[in-house]
Design a protein around this ligand. Structure first.
Ligand SMILES: [Zn+2]
Ligand SMILES: [Zn+2]
Length: 311
């Protein structure tokens, strides 16, 4: 393991230890995260060392897509490494089974083990955020759509992260000026890389960054309006009035978004930890009748149900 990876694991351990002492009720969730996050760290490192997920998207094309409200990875076909990512779907099923999903997750794994789901199509559908295709396949197989979706998402997320970095942080640096300009002008609440909703926002030094729940991209919110419906009927609630962390509730669409206040941007691999650590805000929002919306429907032929998952 590289120094960078072990540093991330050390950071994660510190957070889990703190969290377990303040919220003993979260220990089972933390145990599941130890397994999932550890694998994510390892997968990012392995993917970064290959060229398999390299995406060659010309900056001018990326900027054109952004200006047309299209996430840059949408419709891009990547050679996702099945040998590396496929086993991760199975491990994710095992972790979800251990973490409380039980037989529901074991049935999903059994279905994949039996060869009834084409792994390559599953990974591609997840990368392309095609929830309809995955839901319909799961229903055909009488397995839980949410578990199949989540297990695939946990496996493919690292590849989406590597792919978005190739566009937005090539060689770890700044993107092409045309991409920076188009990203700065992105007015939408969904991720400009993959089209998912943010997991939460991070408010730091007066700047509000939304963080994608799938690929981890950070992008700036340009106005204090609802991420999901653009309405400005927002109210904020807090679990503790003395801290900056808040949940923003939208009176128009009934959805909420958490705003955290870290001292530095959370690394992609550790986003689930901060999501779990701020769970009190999710509970507070849910108690008031607010929820998280399903994926945005961005239209396009690739959103239609497809039979690609059939073996
Ligand atoms: Zn994204
Ligand atoms: Zn709204």
């Amino acid at each position: 393991m590289s120094t960078a990876a072990s540093t991330l694991l050390d950071l994660a351990e510190v957070r889990w230890t703190e969290l377990a002492s303040t919220r003993p009720d979260l220990r089972p969730a933390i145990a599941m995260q130890r397994s999932l996050v550890g694998r994510t760290i390892d997968t990012v490192e392995r993917l970064a060392a290959t060229e398999i997920t390299d995406i060659t998207l010309e900056p001018a094309l990326a900027a054109t897509k952004l200006r047309a409200a299209t996430p840059v990875l949408r419709g891009e076909v990547l050679a996702l490494p099945i040998d590396l990512l496929g086993p991760l779907v199975l491990h994710a099923c095992d972790d979800l089974a251990e973490g409380g999903a039980g037989d529901v997750a074991r049935h999903v794994r059994a279905c994949i083990d039996a060869g009834r789901i084409d792994m390559s199509s599953l990974l591609a559908a997840s990368f392309d955020r095609n929830q309809d295709a995955i839901r319909i396949k799961a229903m055909h197989e009488s397995i839980a759509p949410d578990v199949l979706w989540l297990a695939a998402e946990l496996a493919v997320g690292p590849a989406a992260y590597i792919a978005q970095r190739a566009v937005f942080a090539p060689q770890g640096g700044e993107p092409h000026a045309s991409v920076t300009g188009a990203l700065g002008a992105w007015p939408h609440g969904y991720c400009p890389a993959c089209g998912s909703w943010p997991a939460f926002g991070e408010a730091r030094d007066g700047v509000e960054q939304l963080r994608c729940s799938f690929c981890g991209l950070g992008w700036q919110r340009d106005k204090p309006a609802c991420t999901y419906c653009d309405a400005d009927q927002l109210t904020a609630v807090k679990t503790d009035p003395s801290v900056p962390q808040r949940a923003e509730l939208c009176g128009n669409c009934g959805a909420y978004l958490k705003w955290l206040a870290p001292t530095a941007a959370t690394p992609f691999e550790l986003l689930p930890i901060e999501d779990l650590a701020s769970m009190a805000l999710d509970v507070l929002a849910a108690e008031q009748g607010f929820g998280r919306p399903s994926l945005p429907d961005l239209g396009g032929p690739e959103r239609l149900p497809c039979e690609g998952l059939e073996t």
